[in-house]
Design a protein around this ligand. Structure first.
Ligand code: ATP
Ligand code: MG
Length: 575
């Protein structure tokens, strides 16, 4: 490609509406342009990166035995009504009506469409296992579209769906996707980790997210430093607390009332009573689907709503508003406690081990001291209901844990029979018995993968693309384009590299050297070849890797071979 006739509008200024570095750099490097909130045009260089990610995905999916199809973006509402999601998906689902007044949506995901296809075409165990995938445009009307391609409303996703006759088969399909995703993200040159993820209220199933490790990631993740346990924070299990010795349990002091005028928060109560937060209990009132439930955690712990939702098997959990709190507890917000409360009480496991603690008194300006479980109140159910903290140890091996942030680029999910049951995708097994197909689904955000790669690989001058997903592999900068010897040397290397199927950008613009260097660094092409008058007179050109500070000088007639070797080395370093 010749830069002079290419379309890659770069600029220097930091765009004011771009918060994260990948978004800024993709705009500045002329890769994307915004049409409207969360909706982008891919300019040629951006599209090249996108296509390279797609090709890696396609090669690895095909290698795994999955088969590519392409489903429509527009989906009829009837299918979503059948699965029950028309009413549950909420505002992220872009809905519209055609001229015949039929409700439809723009697909945010394709479980309904693929299950409809499969229920019509697959009837026998002999037709499975099968894994069908597509690379296609999705629409999700995200509440907060941001960070460019990272969280768009319209975006390209690879989504795959596996169909198996039994649990073992479905587990195998899942494991194949786990390995395939690992290869895909390795080949994209990313530093990533697969973590256990929340599955919502689907039950019995499991899922992993592939997280690109980056401080700007929206997700919080934890991992054990001693074993391989890693999880999204909203999922991470908390190790059961060590039980207190029996003798300690009998050590209960008489319960006392204390006046706490206008003292409500954990901070206020602990400082007023000169206690630490772990000597206090927080009681929060939740609306759980139709019911009102009190949830207790230790004062220094936070309730994990995803866990709470799974624990109660609920569709929806939400903190009660002030009116409901005072109606339920008889006190304004901030004074709720378990003693005398007449609603269902659930508590985090850590509460079981507490004694002589402080709790709200269910009356304005009142707290209770020396409250004890069993004697003063009882709990309906205990469970793991809180967010893990850095002070916790690994739930699997008790090792030390650490926290970090990540960008979710892929998600693999064992669905089980959720969709095959609701949409009646059934098959006849070997005994001629009708059974629902066991499904899995597997997504990768293509644009988000490019953005995540940039988030992880950049410096103050611009992008440092991993070579497999860079718009170009090599760029050649002839510094004095009007000098015949310079232009001819650059053309010769350019032609030779093209002949060897290298993606080369020849910067043949009539621009100052500084402009060319700046653009090359901004766009982040991994190998740069500088052809300057002085060098050419000495029969030399300069070769520099974007990721390394030093350049090397090579003889012109060896330049092409050396550059090709450099690009190959860059690919090999990711294997
Ligand atoms: P998130 O929690 O980030 O909203 P999700 O759990 O909704 O993601 P999935 O439904 O699992 O995402 O979609 C599969 C993949 O599609 C994600 O792993 C992510 O890479 C990508 N993706 C999801 N939403 C977006 C979006 N709004 N913009 C770009 N990519 C997205
Ligand atoms: Mg989402």
């Amino acid at each position: 490609m010749r830069y002079s006739s290419y379309f890659m509008p770069t600029y220097k200024e930091i765009p004011s509406d771009a918060e994260v570095i990948s978004h800024q750099l993709m705009l500045r490097a002329g890769m994307i342009r915004k049409l409207t909130s969360g909706i982008y045009t891919y300019l040629p260089a951006g599209l090249r990166s996108i296509k390279k990610v797609e090709n890696i995905i396609r090669e690895e999916m095909n290698r795994s035995g999955a088969i590519e199809i392409l489903m429509p973006a527009v989906q009829p509402a009837e299918l979503w009504r059948e699965s029950g999601r028309w009413d549950h998906y909420g505002h992220e689902l872009l809905r519209f009506r055609d001229r015949h007044n039929h409700d439809a949506c723009f697909g945010p995901t394709h479980e309904e469409v693929i299950t409809d296809l499969v229920r019509r075409e697959i009837h026998s165990y002999k037709q499975m296992p099968v894994n069908l995938y597509q690379i296609q445009t999705k629409f999700r009307d995200e509440i907060r579209p941001r960070f460019g391609l990272m969280r768009g409303r319209e975006f390209i996703m690879k989504d795959a769906y596996s169909f198996d006759v039994d649990e073992e088969g479905a587990d195998r399909s899942y494991e194949i996707m786990n390995e395939t995703y690992t290869r895909i993200f390795q080949r994209c040159g990313l530093r990533f980790r697969a973590v256990e993820a929340d599955t919502g209220a689907i039950g019995g199933s499991y899922s992993h997210e592939f997280m690109v490790l980056a401080d700007t990631g929206e997700d919080q993740i934890m991992n054990c430093m001693e074993c391989d346990y890693a999880a999204n924070l909203e999922r991470a299990e908390v190790k059961l607390p060590d039980s207190q010795p029996e003798s300690d349990r009998n050590d209960m002091n008489p319960m006392e009332e204390v006046d706490t005028p206008d003292i409500k928060t954990v901070e206020d109560v602990t400082s007023f009573l000169s206690i630490t937060p772990d000597e206090l209990i927080k009681t929060l009132i939740f609306v759980v689907d139709e019911d009102v439930v009190a949830v207790m955690v230790r004062g220094d712990h936070e309730i994990n709503e995803a866990k709470l939702k799974n624990f109660l098997g609920a569709q929806d959990v939400e903190l009660a508003d002030t009116d409901l709190v005072s109606e339920t507890t008889g006190a304004p917000m901030g004074f709720a406690g378990p003693v005398g409360l007449k609603i269902k009480l659930v508590a985090d496991n850590a509460v079981k081990e507490m004694k002589n603690f402080v709790a709200g008194g269910n009356r304005k300006d009142l707290h209770l001291k020396n409250v004890n479980l069993g004697r003063d109140f009882s709990v309906d159910r205990f469970g793991d209901l809180r967010v893990i903290t850095p002070q916790d140890s690994c739930p699997k091996c008790s090792g030390k844990i650490q926290f970090g942030r990540g960008i979710e680029v892929g998600h693999i999910f064992k669905l089980g029979t959720k969709y095959s049951k609701s949409l009646k995708a059934l098959f006849l097994d070997e005994q001629g018995k009708e059974r629902p197909i066991i499904m899995g689904c597997y997504g990768i955000g293509v644009g988000r993968t490019v953005a995540a790669a940039i988030e992880q690989n950049h410096d103050k001058n611009g992008i440092i693309f991993p070579i497999p997903i860079s718009p170009f592999e090599v760029t050649i900068l002839p510094l004095q384009i009007h000098e015949t010897s310079v232009a001819e040397t650059a053309e010769k290397i350019y032609a030779d590299l093209l002949n060897h199927d290298i993606d080369v950008l020849l910067d043949d613009r009539d621009e100052r050297a500084g402009v060319k260097f700046n653009d090359a660094d901004l766009i982040g092409i991994p190998v740069r070849v500088t052809v300057g008058l002085r060098g050419v007179r000495n029969d030399q050109v300069e070769v520099k890797l974007r990721a390394e500070p030093e350049s090397i000088v090579v003889p012109i007639n060896e330049a092409s071979a050396i550059i090709r070797q450099k690009t190959k080395d860059l690919y090999d370093s990711l294997k």
